[in-house]
Design a protein around this ligand. Structure first.
Ligand code: CP
Ligand code: NVA
Length: 308
């Protein structure tokens, strides 16, 4: 795979394991103490949000501030992009103002085009296809729990074969951990992303959540209908009925196994309240780790580049 190292952070499959481990180590160090000085002083990040966000937006804005830089929000409702200005023109103009661009949008191709046209680094803050920053935060959470050797990790993904599942698959491929997925029929992951991960690591589709969760150190899930799929809510509710992470599923996991969810969550749908609010849940630490991870990504992308 071609490496986007030091240029963009869009797709975990474009970063080799060493680079991902470096980012995770850096995030861990940033969590234990602020870096000296203000390493991103004078630097600006544009944050384009074409979908809603709480964690991604706030962690990125706070992360930039903590590193001495500035982040500015560009929402569809009050930007020309929202009125149809092209990705190309947006990329070329923003590149003349800011040092990096984070974008959350629907079509993954839009991020790829933005990165192609921009002359500054681009960070994927979630697309319909991938959510790489979130899975990095999930990996940091797992490392805190089980130690730094990620090859020993055993992850179960229960539910939709969506952007989160795809980034888990890419992470498994690059970092060499074991991943079991249980997805309802018709809602499995992208076949190409799955095939790539299966060729690189111990990745299997399982017929049921319980089988996927067997001996897992991490059991992870996500909403049944992602942003943009609101009109599928009813059909998905039926298809996903047997795919709730509940106490029965968690009982199959390793005795030390933890539960992760990127949030926002729907208690009583994809996860029982007892699990997400129970002793094995690490969802708030996982959310906190978004901050440490995005700071590491920002430092890596724009911390050392010459200005001007
Ligand atoms: N997990 C996550 O990306 O949350 P937000 O949608 O609030 O950014
Ligand atoms: N799969 C969810 C993740 C939200 C953080 C979505 O895309 O809406």
């Amino acid at each position: 795979m071609r490496s986007d190292r030091a240029r963009h952070f869009i797709d975990l499959s474009r970063h080799d394991g060493d680079h991902l481990r470096h980012l995770l180590d850096l995030a861990g160090r940033l969590k234990s103490g602020a870096p000296p000085g203000r390493p991103l002083r004078g630097r600006c990040l544009a944050m384009i949000f074409r979908k809603s966000s709480t964690r991604t937006r706030v962690s990125t804005e706070v992360g930039m501030a903590q590193l001495g830089g500035h982040a500015l929000m560009i929402a569809d409702r009050d930007s020309q992009m929202g009125r149809g200005e092209s990705v190309r023109d947006t990329a070329r103009v923003l590149s003349r103002y800011v040092d990096a661009i984070l974008i959350r949008t629907f079509a993954h191709d839009e991020v790829v085009e933005l990165a192609r046209e921009a002359t500054v680094p681009v960070i994927n803050g979630l697309t319909d296809l991938l959510h790489p920053c979130q899975v990095m935060a999930d990996l940091l959470t797992a490392m805190e729990e089980f130690g730094g050797d990620l090859r020993r990790l055993r992850v179960a993904w229960i539910g939709d074969g969506n952007n989160m599942a795809h980034s888990w698959l890419n992470a498994a491929a690059q970092l060499g951990f074991s991943l079991r997925l249980a997805c309802p029929s018709g809602y499995g992951p992208d076949p190409e992303i799955l095939a790539h991960a299966r060729a690189a690591s111990d990745v299997e589709l399982c017929p049921s959540p319980s089988e996927a969760a067997e001996d897992a150190l991490v059991v992870a899930t996500d909403v049944w209908a992602s942003m943009g799929q609101e009109n599928e809510q009813r059909a998905r509710g039926k298809a996903f009925a047997g795919y709730r992470v509940d106490e029965g599923v968690m009982a199959r996991a390793h005795p030390s196994g933890i539960f992760l969810h990127c949030l926002p969550a729907h208690r009583g749908e994809e996860v029982s309240a007892g699990v997400i609010d129970g002793p094995r849940s690490r969802v708030y630490r996982e959310a906190e780790n978004r901050l440490h991870v995005i700071k590491a990504i920002l430092l890596d992308l724009i911390g050392h580049a010459p200005r001007g």
